[in-house]
Ligand binder design. Structure first.
Ligand code: SAM
Ligand code: SF4
Length: 338
């Protein structure tokens, strides 16, 4: 039977249509909420080769996944990533190939990504103040990211969305300014509630936490928001349109608005672990499945392992909203594939 005939449905009846695929846990920034200052990276020998990454993506698409997001760590630090995109861009049945990047190396890659078939980009941007941007990312240069955004705008992506972690006392006074920046350029912007992944030093998650309702109220003090149509295979973002402008503002609320009931996604880490739920530790080793028998049966083994992993998808995460300041999942976001 054609593998496509049986789409991926988890035990709770949710179709899985969306894969977030990490190509590296390394990064050229060190955002305070995402990783420690001296985070150890996975040895290169344990990272999936680009061949293996392509095989994993292909197997998911054969099982009905329509949207793949390439992420990391920072995907643009992985050598050969544009070639991987070209390959994935040609996979029949893959309707949406998208990338999440910190933008630091985007100026040199944006046109090639677009030519490879990447239609939409997410770019993380937490501040428009250079000194503050450096503090949040520990090492980053804002000017490079802004240049990357401008080059991406000229490269003809269908949509570009900025992603911002709203943090009390760190960048919450810039919420309106960030929306204005997006509105003036015809970009979308999403505000994300911070999640407790990995033990970070020098950053108090509990103190910085801001619920989406408060962030939205800040945006609405300056702009009128109207409910937006959801996109196909959309993520958990609750999206609004800025009245009179070509900009959507989204709110991703893993704490204040649990969206597990409509979860349509899974993640694969850079070393090939299928994580059925972001907020749990359990994983299925797809790399082991790839190499567990004769090469000619590798795709079938991969598909079986993916089905096993989806069978283990829990109904909901177990993040405790009363313990926002404590790490609740051992992995850093950079190692999870954000
Ligand atoms: N390096 C790329 C970037 O920054 O866009 C892609 C990987 S990053 C892990 C993906 C997204 O995860 C970013 O938008 C980042 O802000 C978000 N992120 C990182 N740590 C997070 C946390 N603890 N809680 C919520 N979002 C987080
Ligand atoms: Fe790197 Fe992205 Fe994590 Fe920042 S959020 S440290 S850019 S992986």
């Amino acid at each position: 039977m054609d593998a496509r005939a049986e789409p991926l449905i988890d035990p709770w009846g949710r179709p899985v249509e969306y894969l977030r695929l990490s190509v590296t846990d390394r990064c050229d920034l060190r955002c305070v909420y995402c990783m420690g200052e001296a985070t150890e990276f996975i040895p290169r020998s344990e990272i999936l080769s680009l061949e293996e990454v392509a095989a994993v993506a292909q197997a998911f698409v054969e099982l009905g996944v329509r949207k793949v997001r390439i992420t990391g760590g920072e995907p643009l630090v992985r050598r050969g990533v544009v070639g991987l995109m070209e390959r994935l861009g040609a996979v029949p049945g893959l309707e949406e190939l998208v990338v999440t990047t910190n933008g630091a190396q985007l100026a040199g890659h944006a046109h090639a990504l677009r030519a490879a078939g990447v239609r939409r980009l997410n770019i993380s941007l937490d501040s428009l103040d250079a000194e503050r941007f450096r503090r949040i990312t520990r090492t980053g240069r804002l000017a490079r990211v802004l240049e990357g955004i401008e080059v991406a705008r000229s490269a003809g992506f269908e949509r570009i969305r900025l992603n911002c972690i709203a943090m009390r006392g760190r960048n919450d006074d810039e919420i309106e300014r960030l929306v204005a920046y997006a509105v003036e350029r015809g970009l979308d912007i999403g505000f994300i509630e911070e999640m407790p992944f990995g033990t970070v030093e020098g950053h108090d998650r509990g103190e910085a936490y801001m619920a989406s309702a408060e962030v939205r109220a800040r945006v609405e003090a300056a702009y009128r928001l109207v409910e937006a149509e959801p996109r196909p295979a959309a993520g958990p973002s609750r999206d609004y349109r800025v009245a009179g402008w070509d900009t959507r503002v989204g709110f991703i609320s893993p704490h204040s608005g649990c969206f597990c009931a409509s979860c349509n996604r899974v993640r694969v880490t850079a070393e090939g672990l299928l994580l059925p739920c972001l907020g749990r530790e359990q994983a299925t080793d797809l790399r082991a499945a790839l190499w567990a028998g004769p090469p000619e049966a590798a795709s079938a083994r991969l598909r079986d392992a993916i089905r096993d992993g989806i069978r283990a998808k829990p109904a909901h995460h177990e993040l405790d909203d009363q313990a926002l300041g404590q790490s609740q999942v051992v992995r850093f976001m950079s190692a999870t594939g954000g």
